[in-house]
Structure formats: structure tokens, C-alpha cells
Design a protein around this ligand. Structure first.
Ligand SMILES: Nc1ncnc2c1ncn2[C@@H]1O[C@H](COP(=O)(O)OP(=O)(O)OP(=O)(O)O)[C@@H](O)[C@H]1O
Ligand SMILES: [Mg+2]
Length: 413
């Protein structure tokens, strides 16, 4: 493989921030991060690009920072697709291989996936990914990749993810206008699992909860496949608003207080912390007030309980008894508040931990945070794909359609 092919990049266009990473694949086929960039998001609402021009500026800013750090150009990137309107569902397909037993080929797998994805989708939505769960050959189930098996009948169980058609188009257009080709897209839910779950957690079951800005993504992985995905419209910004409204303080102050003093579980605090006084600026030029951290936590705790109660309902709706899962993994900026992990454990009655991005080397010190789990997962998705990993990850219609070449030419700087 030439040196040019050994560069790989990923971009996460979040509601709060755009994050760009450039990685290099070493001679030993290890993935190393060599450049990182971040920029405040513009033109993104609830995980969806709503103003392409504004998003382009933020994408350029983040990618240029990553280029500066690495000395490499970021001209193509894997990108994750999410948003509050993403929906997931399970489906099955079955095909006959032939009248006589023969080896299953790649074409057969494509054909059974086509069968499985033949679900009705409203005209304004599209299937953005089909994630295989398992294959069954002549009644033998639990097969990860059936190619090479002998059989007459092939069945597939898949998880289908759909999204409004414009959501994907806008992400690709924004990237292209920033001079970046979309190498491929990956569902945000899947990206989060790639960088955080251990092989045991994948096998014995884990729920990944990504608390973003205005939404929370839930992904259930069990027996090495995505079994359920859900999005609910509640995220880290709701904590900020609760402080702003509850304490009548401007939103930027509420955001600062949340990050510095916030706590999701009051009982975890000792007496000293409980009585620690927090200065709360007032609106309309009035004098700031002093409040104990205890009161601040009493405002934040019900919201944290609400988020995890939603997650619990979804887990139960998906038919997963808590006992089937081995762990809850928390990612996203909203998971950074003190006491969130403990609150997740209490509401979900499962061991919980933060999901630090893993499985890559290089400049990881700089991105060792649950906030980077998604973009690192997108990079890992691209890495596995580029290395032709044996694991079957996802099936799509085709590679993403790019904008017209002249739009990209003129957009680049
Ligand atoms: N240290 C912190 N403590 C508490 N909350 C934090 C902290 N850092 C960030 N947040 C909150 O995390 C939220 C943003 O999370 P994140 O950066 O994962 O979102 P995003 O990826 O940009 O958006 P999306 O919702 O589209 O995924 C914001 O509400 C922000 O206030
Ligand atoms: Mg995010």
C-alpha cells in the first residue's frame, strides 16, 4: 500500500462541536492519531446540519487545525450520521441458495441482506445503514459471516437504521463544500461502540448511552451485534437550561456553573462539598447570589434520573432484561458531570463506566475523553473497512454521493 493510502481521517459534526481526526496506519498495521482539531459548531441543531454554509466554516476550522498538527491534508474523511430523527428497527430476510447444497458466496449474503432490508420506509426517509446481527444456514444460527459455509437456505437478522433523506445529503454537501470527500458514512450509534467496548462487553451485552447536546443516543450491543438503537430528545443542554431557569441566571453562566460545580447525585457529596457555596450571577444587572452546591445538585439530579429512566424504558421495550447486559458505558459531553456514572448505576441497576476512546495509538492523551468516543469510533470504522476486516460491519446502497466536483474545487480555501 502506498504511503498516500495509509492516511485515514474522521469527522464528527456534533451539535456543540465539530471534531476532526487524522490517523496514520503504521507499517505494523496499527492505527495512530497524528492530528486533532475541534471547532464550535455552527448551523447544527439536534445533530442535524440545518445551515450548510455555517457548518462548512466550522468543518474547515476543525480540519485545518488537524492538518496543522499533523502536517497532512484532510481531503477525505469518514463521517458519522446521527440526529434526533434517526430510527432503528430489526428485520429478517431468507433466501434459497440452490437446490443442491453448495458454498455460500458474497453474492448470496448481498441477496439475503436485500431481502432483509425490503421494509417500507416513508418517501422522505432513507435507510442509512443495515447492520447484520447474525446469519442462519440450514437452521444453524449464530453465524457471524456465512461465506464459505455449505447450505441450501440462508437467513439474516439485521438492524436497519433510517433517517430523513436531507440529513445525509446536508452532511455530505457541507463536507464537500469544505473541500472534503466523504469516504463513507457510519451511523453515530455504531461509531460509539467501535471505540469503547471490550470484546467481552460486545459478547455479553452492553448499553452505550451517548449524552449529547439536545439528545441522548442509546445502543444495545449483544452477541457482537447492534440489537437496538434509540434516540430521545434530552441531553446535556437540558441541565444547563434547568440551572438557567431554576436559578434565574444567563445561559452561558449556567453552562459554566454546570461544568465546574454540577453534580448529578446529591448523596455522593460529603458535608464540606454539600455546603460549598457557588456564586450565581443574576440577570438584569442585579447582585449575584450565593447558593450551596446541595441546592445546585437538587436541581440537576431529577434530570439525570429522567434521562436514565428513559434509557431503562427503551432497554425494556427492546426486550432486554437488565440481567442480559453486563455493563452500561457512558459517552458524550453530557456524561462528564460529577455523579452521572453513579446515577446510571442506580437507575439501571447495572455496573457503569465512562467510555474512553480506545484501540488506537498516537496522540491519544489529547482526546482521552468520552467526548471523543464517537469521532475515534468513526475513525476505527474507517480503519476496519480500509483493512478489509473479516467482520461484516454494515451494508449500504452505495458509497456516499458527493456534490459536484466544481463545488468542491471552488470551496477549498
Ligand atoms: N465537563 C462537563 N460537564 C458537564 N457537561 C458537559 C461538560 N462538557 C460538556 N458538557 C455538555 O455536553 C453537551 C455536549 O455534548 P457533546 O459534545 O457530546 O455533544 P455533540 O457531540 O457536540 O452534539 P450531539 O448531541 O449532536 O451529539 C453539552 O450540553 C455540554 O454542556
Ligand atoms: Mg455527539
Amino acid at each position: 500500500m502506498s504511503k498516500g493510502h495509509r492516511k485515514i481521517s474522521a469527522i464528527d459534526i456534533g451539535t456543540t462541536e465539530v471534531r476532526a481526526i487524522i490517523g496514520e496506519i503504521t507499517d505494523a498495521d496499527q492505527l495512530e492519531v497524528v492530528g486533532i482539531g475541534r471547532a464550535s459548531s455552527r448551523g447544527v441543531r439536534k445533530g442535524v446540519v440545518v445551515n450548510i454554509e455555517a457548518a462548512v466554516d466550522a468543518i474547515k476550522e476543525a480540519s485545518e487545525e488537524a492538518e496543522m498538527m499533523s502536517g497532512l491534508t484532510l481531503d477525505a474523511a469518514f463521517v458519522n450520521l446521527g440526529g434526533v430523527q434517526v430510527k432503528g428497527m430489526n428485520s429478517r430476510g431468507v433466501i434459497a441458495i440452490s437446490r443442491r447444497t453448495r458454498e455460500i458466496l458474497d453474492e448470496d449474503v448481498q441477496r439475503v441482506i436485500e431481502q432483509a432490508r425490503a421494509v417500507s420506509v416513508p418517501t422522505d426517509r432513507e435507510i442509512i445503514d443495515v447492520l447484520p446481527q447474525e446469519f442462519t444456514v440450514d437452521g444453524q444460527d449464530g453465524i457471524g459471516n456465512p461465506v464459505g459455509f455449505l447450505g441450501m437456505r440462508l437467513e439474516a437478522a439485521v438492524h436497519i437504521v433510517t433517517s430523513p433523506i436531507t440529513a445525509r445529503q446536508n452532511v455530505i454537501s457541507a463536507l464537500n463544500r469544505a473541500g472534503i470527500m466523504a469516504s463513507d458514512t457510519v451511523v453515530t450509534h455504531l461509531a460509539g461502540t467501535e471505540s469503547t467496548l471490550t470484546p467481552d462487553e460486545r459478547e455479553y451485552g452492553a448499553a452505550i448511552i451517548d449524552i449529547g447536546a439536545d439528545m441522548t443516543n442509546l445502543t444495545i450491543v449483544h452477541r457482537d451485534a447492534v440489537r437496538h438503537t434509540a434516540v430521545f430528545p434530552m441531553g446535556g443542554n437540558h441541565f444547563t437550561n434547568d440551572i438557567a431557569v431554576g436559578l434565574r441566571t444567563p445561559v452561558p453562566e449556567a453552562e459554566r456553573i454546570k461544568r465546574v460545580e454540577g453534580c448529578a447525585m446529591a448523596v455522593l457529596m460529603g458535608d464540606k462539598e454539600r455546603l460549598h457555596m457557588v456564586e450565581v450571577p443574576s440577570v438584569g444587572g442585579r447582585q449575584p447570589r450565593m447558593l450551596s452546591r446541595q441546592i445546585l445538585c437538587e436541581i440537576l439530579q431529577p434530570r439525570a434520573e429522567e434521562i436514565f429512566s428513559h434509557a431503562l424504558e427503551e432497554i425494556q421495550r427492546a426486550g432486554f432484561e437488565r440481567q442480559i447486559l453486563s455493563r452500561v458505558v457512558l459517552i458524550g459531553g453530557g456524561s462528564m458531570m460529577d455523579g452521572i456514572v453513579e446515577m446510571a448505576e442506580q437507575v439501571l441497576d447495572l455496573p457503569a463506566r465512562h467510555g474512553m476512546p480506545d484501540f488506537v495509538g498516537g496522540l491519544m492523551g489529547d482526546i482521552d475523553s468520552p467526548i471523543y468516543a464517537t469521532v475515534v469510533g468513526t475513525l476505527l470504522y474507517g480503519f476496519h473497512k480500509q483493512m478489509n476486516s473479516k467482520r461484516i460491519h454494515s451494508f449500504k446502497d452505495s458509497t456516499p454521493r458527493q456534490s459536484k466536483w466544481w463545488e468542491r474545487m471552488f470551496a477549498r480555501r
